[in-house]
Design a protein around this ligand. Structure first.
Ligand SMILES: [Zn+2]
Length: 441
């Protein structure tokens, strides 16, 4: 495991049972368990199953800050995949026998455990070699399927961009040449990133109360298939890593600071720990299995949170007056840059199409790279990095753009529109403080 384990000991430890022992049966004459204790027992078994599966899949356990001895037990017992699968099925049957709770949070908890458990079974099947299509996989793991869009959909957007960047040679080259003027010089990267984090945090704490001791540390790394990563460590602390393999454009400062930090992943994990683990004693939230429906909510809200914290012109103004000068870039071009990015943003789903074709085996890695260059306007090195991401994370890609659109639709349908910023923040906070899953949106 690449991250540090923090120590959060929960009251539900009182109902702990030896690792591997399944619950759901009752000794004759024993007192029937209360609903809460049944759910807590199930939750504990779920955490142990996630930890057990983590022994077979290095990327699976994204964060864990529950009892350290549970992880040690998973490491030493190294339960095999067929046993994990049958234990998950049995736990699923136990959950299915649970009556629908009256309270909304308890109901969400029950559905969360059911859906997370079924995703765990899906991941076990994949590790056992069962082949699923891209859409089957995303439904099994993330509780959602991304729309399929034809080349013509992207071509219309590209035709508009071609008018913006006239000339000969591939459009991606013309766009890349334009973008080169907006790279943050390496020696200014940390200063710019710190300013961005500070601004994202200020805006977030104006609208939500965070625990006083929350904080994160950041690190610059190389040799990764992702551009940034939040490793949540428990105790309201995160480690955020920024990958400097490729040039970092100025827009990435706010994107990364919001997405990985405030009000994105760091805040999401902090609020889950505060509201669900500490206040309610729901131990299942001390573990975060990456290949699960929780990731669509995590990535979707982290991306949508950028717009919540920096809506429209507000962002351009901040970039023009603060970040462009901090990066030594020409601030008079900030508005122009963000106009172009808004056009390119419409190509966001092109990455899903490339991944779908690649995972389904209709194109190979070289073709996927070319497809991304042409339809997602990614320069060759960035497209190649993206294909490495497909290799490692596969249908996970839908969580970013589909997740963002689902989070936006949900929050706006509840009145959190751009015209009602207070309500927007309020609905955003509620969504990231609850066990709501994609199919609940
Ligand atoms: Zn993310």
């Amino acid at each position: 495991m690449r991250y540090v384990i923090a120590v959060v000991c929960c009251v539900v430890l009182a109902c702990s049972s030896p690792a591997g022992q399944r619950e759901g049966t009752m000794e004759p004459g024993a007192t029937p368990p209360t609903r809460q204790s049944t759910m807590d027992t199930i939750a504990e078994q779920y955490v142990k199953l996630v930890l057990a599966l983590g022994q077979h899949d290095a990327d699976y356990v994204d964060a864990y800050y529950g009892p350290p001895e549970w992880r040690k037990a998973a490491e030493s017992s190294k339960v095999d995949l067929p046993t994990i699968e049958s234990n998950a099925a049995e736990l699923g049957s136990t959950l299915a026998r649970e009556a629908e709770p009256a309270g909304e949070m308890e109901r969400l908890r029950l559905h969360y455990l059911q859906r997370q458990l079924s995703a765990l079974s899906g991941r076990v099947r994949m590790l056992k070699g069962v082949r699923m299509s891209f859409d089957e996989e995303s439904r099994a793991l993330y509780d959602a399927v991304a729309p399929t869009l034809p080349e013509s959909h992207f071509q219309e957007i590209l035709d508009r961009l071609a008018k913006r960047f006239p000339g000969s040679g591939p459009l991606v080259g013309r766009y890349d040449a334009f973008r080169r003027a907006f790279v943050i010089p390496r020696e200014k990267l940390d200063a710019v990133f710190q300013r961005a984090i500070q601004a994202c945090r200020e805006r977030t704490v104006q609208h939500m109360t965070l625990p006083a001791d929350e904080r994160f540390t950041d690190e610059y790394v190389t040799g990764k298939s992702w551009s940034g990563y939040n490793w949540y460590q428990g105790g309201y602390k995160s480690l955020i890593q920024v990958n400097t393999d490729l040039p970092i454009y100025i827009d990435r400062a706010i994107d990364l600071a919001c997405h990985e930090g405030y009000p994105g992943h760091h805040v999401y994990n902090v609020l889950l720990e505060k509201h669900l683990v500490k206040d309610r004693g729901w131990i299942e939230f001390t573990v975060y299995p990456l290949f699960s429906p929780q990731s669509l909510i995590a990535e979707g809200t982290a991306n949508f949170g950028i717009e919540v914290a920096f809506p429209g012109r507000d962002r351009v103004e901040f970039e023009r007056t603060v970040l462009f000068p901090a990066a030594g870039l020409d601030a008079s071009r900030a508005a122009e840059y963000y106009e172009v990015l808004a056009m390119v943003e419409q190509l966001a789903y092109a990455g899903n199409e490339a991944a779908r074709r690649y995972i389904d085996g209709t194109i190979d890695a070289a073709e996927a790279t070319s497809w991304l260059e042409r339809y997602a306007l990614m320069p060759r090195d960035r497209a190649a990095q993206r294909v490495r991401f497909f290799d490692q994370y596969r249908s996970y890609v839908i969580n970013y753009n589909l997740g963002k659109d689902m989070a936006r639709r949900y929050i706006e349908s509840r009145g959190g529109t751009p015209d009602s910023p207070a309500k927007r923040w309020d609905e955003f906070e509620k969504l990231i403080s609850s066990p709501r899953l994609p199919s609940d949106l």
